[in-house]
Design a protein around this ligand. Structure first.
Ligand code: TYM
Length: 332
């Protein structure tokens, strides 16, 4: 079975709808057909300097949400990135293969560092995509399910895999992004031309998986809509309605053209109400299962330990080969 791998950061107290539709739902679907590795990217989260207690809590909440969303610990290897020390080791080796200009061209780094100003940025943010490449190449993953914002990082991973293979001999699988175009960029409800993001300016634009239903409903009813009153997908002129159509369609399985027909002649209100119901119906069972999983931290930590043990076995094998290829002396 082909291998998939993906990672998600524990940078907030809940995943949001963009994470869910763009990534987590694909993780769950792919575990049936692929050998799957999924991890909580706690080392990546360190680049934004979280308080230690926040990082600890969010790492568990993230893990619980992954299991609650349907990842099955028997079929998927679910682990915490920092539990497999080899990630940072491979990252260093790949850092030494990456050009300064190449790393500096990463748009996410440029956006993030522009936001915080040069004084607030750190070297971890700069090398972030190289650690991500290490995550991916370590497991010889063929496909990487992600949202559109990760496309450039995946390009770098491919380049580094090819460069390493050319320089040191065939070692890494060259990974491909697995992006579902319909849900690759869920946008902010208050600013429907920007992606829904944890670092977004207003919480009104973000729908959290663990949010209570009343609050979800309120945000959706107040979502920015566009001029006119027709419910049609039109990215250019009606980004707000287009986003809501995508969300509805992704959650209910009803194709967008059919939704357009069904809501022809009706106002935005009736449509938004249905979107809200679809979101609440999806999130409620995940929220409830997450709460249950979090109530037994010992069991949750045990599940993560089992995942880490399986991941480590693969990582060890890769690193033995890598150390030898680049000329590091075995420690005996
Ligand atoms: P993170 O934690 O920011 O996001 C997790 C996943 O959610 C996707 N996503 C979205 N998809 C659609 N619409 C949105 N508005 C939206 N917002 C986020 C992201 O594309 C991502 O797939 N760098 C990664 C974490 C990572 C990783 C990896 C991913 C670390 N190592 C190795 C894959 C492979 C990130 O920032 O995820």
């Amino acid at each position: 079975r082909p291998r998939v791998l993906s990672g998600i950061q524990p940078t907030a107290d809940s995943f949001h709808l963009g994470n869910y539709l763009g990534a987590v739902r694909q993780y769950v679907a792919l575990q049936d057909t692929h050998e799957a590795f999924y991890f909580i990217a706690d080392l990546h989260a360190l680049t934004v300097s979280p308080k230690p207690e926040d990082l600890r809590r969010r790492t568990r909440v993230a893990a619980a949400q992954l299991f609650a969303a349907g990842l099955d610990p028997d079929r998927s290897t679910v682990f915490v990135q920092s539990h497999v020390r080899e990630h940072t080791e491979l990252a260093w080796i790949l850092i030494c293969l990456t050009g300064m200009g190449e790393a500096g061209r990463m748009t996410q780094f440029k956006d993030k560092s522009a936001k915080v100003g040069e004084g607030g940025t750190n070297v971890g943010l700069f090398t972030y995509p190289i650690l991500q490449a290490a995550d991916i190449l370590m497991y010889q993953a063929e496909q990487v399910p992600v949202g559109a914002d990760q496309k450039q990082h995946l390009e770098l991973s491919r380049d580094l895999a090819q460069r390493f293979n050319n320089r040191y001999g065939q070692t890494f699988v060259v990974p491909s992004p697995y992006i579902m175009p319909e849900v690759a960029k869920i946008t902010d409800l208050q600013d429907p031309t920007s992606k829904m993001s944890k670092s977004s300016s207003s919480p009104q634009g973000i729908l959290d998986v663990l949010e209570d239903p009343a609050s979800l409903r309120k945000k959706i009813m107040r979502a920015v809509t566009d001029t006119g009153s027709e419910i049609v997908a039109d990215e250019e002129n009606k980004p707000g309605i287009t986003n809501l159509l995508r969300i509805h369609s992704a959650l209910t399985g009803v194709p967008i053209p059919e939704l357009e027909r069904r809501f022809a002649g009706q106002g935005y209100g009736a449509f938004k109400k249905e979107v809200a119901e679809a979101v609440i119906e999806t999130f409620t069972p995940i929220r409830e299962r997450t709460e249950k999983l979090l109530a037994d931290e010992v069991q949750l930590d045990r599940m993560l330990a089992a995942g880490a043990a399986r991941a480590r076995a693969v990582a060890r094998e890769t690193m033995e080969k890598v150390r030898d290829r680049v000329g590091l002396l075995p420690a005996m």
